[in-house]
Ligand binder design. Sequence first.
Ligand code: SF4
Length: 234
Amino acid sequence: MKILQKGFNYSQDGPGNRLVYHLQGCNFRCKWCSNPESMFADEGGFREYSVMELFDEASRSKMMYFDGGGVTFTGGECTMQYIELLELLKLLKADGIHTAIETNGSSEHLIEIAEYVDYLIMDFKHFDCDTHKKWTGVGNETVKSNLEYFLNNGRQLHIRIPLIHGVNDNPDGFVDYFKDKDMKNAVLELLPYHEYGKDKWTRKYEITDGFVSEETIRLFEEKLSDIGITLVKT
Ligand code: SF4
């Protein structure tokens, strides 16, 4: 598997202390991406490992998974390497290790992968397909069908919306989309725009005014809470 980075992290990548693997390659081209070095499958400073090498490492690290921790796969987009990811998730589950993934939600294999994932974190960047495509390079048809499958089946879901001025900073479309969904096992997190990754871009960085105001964040929180959505911060 192509791994860009790996290491322990607490709190932002699922519950407890977790061994986090950043997988190389993403099918989206989000203009605000804070990990642009992870986008292209054959660029960057990744290293290759076999599934068994990673499994051995994760299994040997069990003592470190305190507070309900475990192993998280993120990216890039971890589902791009889904054959190996699936194999590794199955091994980890069979070994009793808690698993999580962070995904852009676009994989046609996500429902199958999610069977072996204890804690699923999924982005929902925009409700409108054309706008989603404009800013990420890809439409949102599969993201929505995956999201709706998970919500309809009441599975645990941690949805993340990156809030970016001029891209998706009006809550009304999100409220319209979520208001008739069953959110009883879902939580939602707002991720206000930041520029931590801007200096890593070797291609043109096109977001010029992405910061959202405190007022916008409050408005999102109010309107989403009003339709019964549980908001979280990590
Ligand atoms: S989905 Fe994530 S990793 Fe992929 S381009 Fe967008 S922000 Fe970057």
